[in-house]
Each structure stands twice: as C-alpha cells, then as structure tokens.
Design a protein around this ligand. Structure first.
Ligand SMILES: *Cc1c(COP(=O)(O)O)cnc(C)c1O
Length: 398
C-alpha cells in the first residue's frame, strides 16, 4: 500500500493546485475521528467546513444511502422520483417555509437564489428589465462560480477570472446603516452570511440581523441568508438567524444537509418567491436526485432526533469559555455554538505553523486567512473529547 507521502506526490503531480491541504492523507473515518493511511488517529476539528455536523459516516445516513443506492439513484427531473417530494416537504416543515428548490453544491444554491431574486424583482416588484441589483457584504464567501467571485472582496478570488457579472453592490459587513444607504429602487435582494465563516468566523454586532430584516421588509428587498455553513445546528440553532428571531425571505442551505455523504443543497423560501420559476427557467441534472434526497432526509432527521442544535449551543458555550481562558498566542476567541475561531496575536506569526503542530498532536484544524484558526468539530462530539482537544490546543497556543 502507498504511503502518505507517495499519495501526496501523485495528488500534487496530477491534480491542479487549487488547494493547499495539510500534509495528512485520510483513508477512514468514524464519528469525530479520522485515520490516515499509516493508521494514525486524529480528531476532526473542521468537519469538512461544517458538512459533517452529524459526524462521519453516521450509521442512519449510511443506511439511507446504501438502501437508496440499491433501489434508484438518478432519474433526472425529466421524470418524477419517489424521494424528492418527501424531502422538499421535510425541508419546508423544518424551516416553516412553503417551497424548496434542490441543487447540488452550495454555490449552485446561491446562484439559484440570485436568479430567484432577479426574476422576483422583474415579475413581482416591477423593476425594469436588466436593472436588478443585489447588495452583498465585504468579506463574503458564497462559492466559486464566476458570478459569485465577481462580488467577492478577496482579491485572489477575482484576479485573473474576469469579466464578471454586473448588478452587485458591496457594503461593509455588520453595518446596517450602510445597507440602508445601498438600497435603491432597483435593489431586489440582500445576500449575506449571518456569521462570515470563511472570513474568519466574523460575528456581526448584536441587532444587525433584526435591523437588516426591518430594512429589507420596509424597502421590499429579499433578505437572503446564506446558511450553508452556519445552518443545520452548527451555531446552536437550526439556522443562525434564529438567534435574533429573524426569518429571512430566502434560506440557502448546503453542506450538512447531506451529512457529508453527497453534494446536496437547497433554496427554501415562499411560494411568492420560488413560484417565479417556470419549467425550463432553471435546473440541474443531478439536482433533486433520489439518492441525495433520501440521504438528506436521514441527515435532517439526525439533526432533529439527536438534538444537535441544543448540543452545539451547550458544548459551544462550554468550549468558547475554555478557549477564552487560553491567553498565550490567542488574542481573541469568537463565534457561536460550535463555529468558533481563535484570532492569533500579530507576534505569534502565521496560523499555518500552529495547524501543523496541532496535527502532530492529533488534532486536525485549518487556518483561515493568516492569523485565524477555525474550531468546528462535528456536533456529535462530547465533553471529554472537547477537553482532550483543549489540552492539545492549550499546549500549542497557550
Ligand atoms: C461552503 C460555502 C459555500 C459554497 O458551497 P460549495 O458546496 O463549496 O459550493 C457558500 N456559502 C457559504 C457560506 C459556504 O460556507
């Protein structure tokens, strides 16, 4: 069998270098633990960017996957399949919404929300053709399509990939006055993350979401929450906007919706908004496939039945307090539920080196930007395992 370094070598040789992974080659996982090809065991403290909130290979989700794979995997939307309707009904019940549109990746769900907002703007709000504008926030991360990177404020995400789609206005994140100033007669949507994950777990000021809700309602602008990373229990609620009792017009979901088994995403909203789509307006060959739908139903049931939202809230508060006591190289700790980050002091140097040290201690974390380390274990983690992790973090960062 090939060693880790041999596998890394062929991956680097034959794969485009659009990522810079930690030098660890994982070949097996269960719950919160993963093993590399040499059999070394690590605690997963990233959860595939919150796609495995339910833990790796959750038995209920694996069972749904295997059973459905044995019956029917793909029909395309040219025909109905028996799994899609129940999945959409479950989504609408869970989020108290009226309609859902299934896609595969998160970026596709964001694109779907953009199309829905624009068409709603023209056909319902009465915006003149091709004039619709969507307000987005600096520091955003909504995926990697050319339209989406076109409104990124991260120079590297854009450089070399233009020209970009017009119609987006960027404002500072967390600034409700800037949102009010940016809204004009042609504004159809406000696309935002309730906590900016990729930006480094940036939490907006208290009251921001509620104020944004009020502004969107007053100016008839669709409030579109990208909850791909913050939703489905990660921040201690089914979706993060619930922390301010805010119900957005459009919820964008992905990642943990399939418990890390398959790419499944969805836009969940009202009949008024998703009702703008007619046959042929939008679609995807794999979107709404029965395998993904069956897996997503099981993955959503696990979040509900295992009370992962309450678990993330309780364990997150406990772990955040532990981390806040660290001092040392840590300047501050922020986040909500089990989406936490340590911002390192300037003097500590780049976060990457510490992630490599944590890996040597058996803990897999990934830096975001230069000085930030995100801590986001699967939500099925328990207190003793968090304590185990904290000992290692304290050793490296304390
Ligand atoms: C990961 C992520 C996306 C993109 O999802 P993909 O499945 O990688 O396309 C979009 N928005 C947020 C907030 C994310 O965290």
């Amino acid at each position: 069998m090939a060693t880790s370094s041999e596998i890394i070598e062929i991956t680097e040789k034959y794969g485009a270098h659009n990522y810079h992974p930690l030098p660890v080659v994982i070949s097996r996982a269960e719950g919160v633990w993963v093993w590399d090809v040499e059999g070394r065991k690590y605690l997963d403290f990233l959860s595939a960017y919150s796609a495995v909130n339910q833990g790796h290979r959750h038995p209920r989700i694996v069972k749904a996957l295997v059973e459905q794979a044995d019956r029917l995997t793909l029909t395309s939307r040219a025909f109905h399949n028996d799994q899609l309707g129940p999945f959409l009904a479950k989504l609408c019940a869970l989020f108290d919404m009226q309609m859902a549109l299934p896609m595969n990746t998160g970026a596709e769900a964001v694109e779907t929300a953009i199309k829905a907002a624009r068409k709603w703007g023209y056909s319902v709000k009465g915006v003149a053709a091709d004039r619709a504008r969507i307000v987005c926030c600096e520091g955003n991360f909504h995926g990697r399509t050319t339209t989406i990177v076109g409104f990124s404020s991260e120079a590297q995400y854009r450089e070399g990939f233009g020209p970009f789609a017009p119609g987006f206005d960027l404002i500072p994140y967390g600034d409700a006055d800037a949102l009010e100033a940016a809204i004009g007669p042609d504004t159809v949507g406000f696309l935002f993350e309730p906590i900016q994950g990729e930006a480094g777990v940036v939490v907006p000021p208290e009251g921001y979401l509620a104020r944004a809700r009020e502004l969107c309602s007053r100016h008839r602008v669709l409030m579109m929450a990208d909850e791909i990373q913050t939703g489905l229990g990660r921040c201690g609620r089914m979706y993060c906007c619930q922390h301010e009792d805010v119900v957005p017009d459009v919820l964008i979901l992905g990642k943990a919706i399939s418990g890390g088994m398959l790419p499944v995403s969805a836009v969940v909203s009202s009949r008024e908004i998703l009702g703008v789509f007619s046959p042929g307006d939008h679609g995807s060959t794999f979107g709404g496939n029965p395998l993904g739908a069956a897996v997503a139903c099981a993955a959503l049931d696990v979040i509900t039945d295992e009370k992962l939202c309450a678990r993330a809230a309780e364990l997150g508060a406990y772990f955040e307090a532990e981390l806040a006591s660290l001092g040392g190289k840590v300047e501050l700790v922020r986040g909500r539920g089990l989406l936490l980050a340590a911002v390192l002091r300037e003097s500590a140097g780049a976060a990457r080196a510490y992630c490599e040290q944590l890996k040597a201690e058996g803990l897999l974390c990934k830096e975001t930007h230069d000085r930030i380390i995100r801590f986001a274990p699967p939500l099925v983690i328990d207190k003793p395992t968090l304590d185990w992790a904290f000992e290692r973090i304290a050793k490296v960062l304390g």
